[in-house]
Design a protein around this ligand. Structure first.
Ligand code: ZN
Length: 379
């Protein structure tokens, strides 16, 4: 075993992408799936089984992700992180007569390369560009593949800045200093449940810290000004419409193909997972407004969510219901005089949602509840 891998979580490989570096990085994820309640994902929600637009058979399936046709010139890349961490998030590509658009920078350059290989299985048209739906690590740490291949990279105007502020700021920082405050939250836990949630949080932030330190960051060089949206991108007989909506990260972009009722939502929609509201710019009210908009779109819309199975409107309805349930329970606790910090640990997953994944409690339930309390002007 080489030294980088054997040092496990302590290993930070400073080199650019390499197989050795990638193996070292994947070892960091041991903690991720020991803590995160991510289940093996099916690529398609059951409701889409009879949809003639959506191919039941993928064009390629590497376990960690599969790619399938979901429309004319439209493909979805669906990740199953229980089988590997190259892509982590979903994505896809749009192929017109003249050019193609790649969606997502994924969790690693290997993930972006995998998607490019899939594109080349179906088309040789030039790639007009790639697009990060937002700045989060699992959607942007593979950007180096695009910059290394001279592919223009589009994203919300604030994405580059937030990659630098968030992940650049972790680079070269002493790990003990960076993670000390979170270790303290574990030590200070007053209940077993609180301790479990803080430990999961520490493990996940450690994963992100290690990835940030093992990645040569690459930034989008085609900023999208949200004030100038919607923006149309003509790929030759196929038009992508780029829009921005609030909710998940403050940098969220969606790619729609209205002519075919297909939408790539990024993390504004998770399918079969509770929302991740951790971001400082995530807003519960804004996000729920966005979901209302999604629900108003055609009843036959195919949604490619940021994580989870490709779904139809039933996926949007379920996701809205999860927000409703968190709010309902939080309201009751608020009325009973439970402060936000305590309420955050006390949400109970109802029996009917027992198969819904929670990425990490403190990325998901905790911030949703504390943000709801803040929106009510409560503490
Ligand atoms: Zn995200």
């Amino acid at each position: 075993m080489n030294d980088v891998i054997s040092r496990g979580h302590e290993a930070v490989n400073p080199t650019a992408f390499s197989r050795r570096g990638f193996l070292a990085r994947t070892s960091y994820f041991g903690a991720l799936y020991a803590t995160a309640r991510l289940f093996p994902m099916s690529a398609l929600a059951g409701e889409l089984a009879g949809d003639s637009r959506v191919s039941q058979t993928p064009i390629v399936d590497k376990g960690f992700a599969s790619v399938r046709k979901i429309g004319e010139g439209l493909y979805a890349t669906i990740s199953d992180p229980s089988k590997g961490y190259q892509t982590i998030c979903n994505g896809g590509f749009l192929v017109g007569k003249d050019s193609a658009l790649m969606i997502e920078g994924f969790g690693s350059a290997a993930g972006a390369a995998f998607q490019m290989d899939a594109l080349r299985m179906v088309s040789q048209v030039p790639v007009k560009g790639a697009l990060d739906t937002h700045y989060h690590f699992d959607h942007s740490m593979g950007n180096g593949f695009y910059s290394g291949n001279g592919i223009p990279l589009w994203a919300h105007a604030n994405t580059a800045k937030r990659i630098v502020e968030t992940y650049g700021a972790m680079q070269g920082v002493d790990k003990a200093v960076a993670l000390g405050p979170l270790e303290k939250t574990v030590k200070d836990s007053k209940t077993e449940l609180a301790r479990k949630h803080r430990e999961e949080n520490l493990a996940m932030v450690t994963v992100v810290f290690n990835i940030a330190n093992a990645t040569v960051l690459a930034l989008p060089n085609h900023p999208i000004d949200p004030a100038k949206l919607p923006m149309k991108m003509d790929l030759g007989g196929l038009t992508a419409v780029i829009e921005s909506y609030p909710g998940h990260s403050g940098t969220d972009i969606v790619v729609r193909v209205p002519e075919q009722n297909v939408v790539y939502t990024g993390d504004l929609l998770f399918s079969g997972l509770y929302p991740v509201c951790l971001d400082a710019q995530s807003t519960v009210s804004g996000w729920r407004q966005t979901l209302k908009t999604f629900a108003s779109w055609d009843k036959d819309t195919v949604f490619v969510p940021g994580h989870g199975s490709v779904c139809g409107q039933e996926g949007v309805a379920l996701f809205r219901a999860l927000f409703d349930d968190i709010e309902e329970q939080a309201q009751k606790m608020h009325k009973a005089g439970v402060p936000a910090a305590e309420a955050a640990d006390l949400y109970v997953v109802p029996e009917k949602y027992k198969n819904i994944g929670i990425f990490v409690w403190d990325f998901s339930i905790t911030p949703t509840i504390t943000k709801l309390y803040a929106e009510w002007g409560a503490k």
